[in-house]
Design a protein around this ligand. Structure first.
Ligand code: SF4
Length: 245
């Protein structure tokens, strides 16, 4: 069972991949009055500890919580709240947690005192969108104490050479995606195939997660509706691991 846990909502844009951020798009679509860059706690702040009427945890042992999909776990505004999040994660060692961040350069300052070499039940995903951000974020990512590292290439904006960073001892998987939305930038399938080849060579599992809205293949650009972007990527049949989600 996978569950989204969004203890806070709102984010501010920090790099090229944020240009058409889905949080801003969704807020605009719902007519949310609070600006999307105003970070605020949500009513789901303590979600993993919710109990049912029998006083059992609502989310059973083994639940996989995906954390902070409508913000960034490491965003500055949440610094006063994060220790409570670590405490909840410690209380639910019977579950697993993962989060993706574009702020991996803040992780060291955000870790709890007992983190050590990393919590066994927490996976950290570093997101990169182009070569420049890969070359900045990945050396930091690889230098940090983390038990489970995921590398998220999304939205993929250009051909990226990840070979200096691909080591199966340190990266458990690479997942690549295009960008969604009306103004999305086009994903070239050749970039995906090139990245996949790099992963195969390095023996790091690879997943083509979703195509994005505009997908260039064999010289033709396709418009892929939102609801088909994941299934179309699956149809390519190029994953070298079972999908995580
Ligand atoms: S870091 Fe993620 S959530 Fe925050 S603005 Fe960028 S794309 Fe949006």
């Amino acid at each position: 069972m996978t569950e989204s846990w969004n203890p806070w909502h709102g984010c501010h844009k920090i790099s090229a991949g944020c240009k058409h951020c889905y949080v801003y798009r969704e807020d605009a679509a719902f007519g949310t009055e609070i600006p999307s860059d105003q970070v605020r706690k949500t009513s789901s702040f303590r979600l993993p500890l919710k109990k049912d009427r029998h006083k059992n945890f609502k989310y059973p042992s083994g639940t996989m919580f995906g954390l902070c999909f409508t913000s960034d776990l490491l965003i500055e505004e949440a610094d006063p709240w994060r220790e409570e999040i670590w405490e909840i994660i410690r209380q639910r060692r019977d579950c697993t947690f993962f989060f993706f961040t574009k702020r991996i350069d803040r992780l060291a300052a955000c870790l709890p005192a007992d983190w050590g070499e990393g919590y066994e039940h927490v996976a950290v995903g570093c997101t990169v969108e182009n070569q420049d951000r890969a070359d900045y974020r990945l050396p930091i990512f690889l230098s940090l104490p983390i038990r489970h590292r995921l590398l998220i290439v999304a939205p993929m904006l250009e051909r990226i050479d990840l070979r200096p960073y691909l080591n199966p001892q340190h990266i458990e998987e690479v997942s690549a995606s295009g960008e969604s939305g009306k103004y999305a930038r086009t994903l070239d399938y050749n970039w995906i195939l090139d990245l996949r080849a790099q992963c195969i060579e390095a023996q790091v599992p690879f997943c083509f997660h979703q195509t994005g809205s505009y997908f260039l293949k064999d010289g033709k650009t396709y418009h892929i509706p939102r609801e088909k972007q994941i299934s179309q990527a699956r149809k390519a049949g190029i994953d070298t691991r079972e999908p995580r989600l």
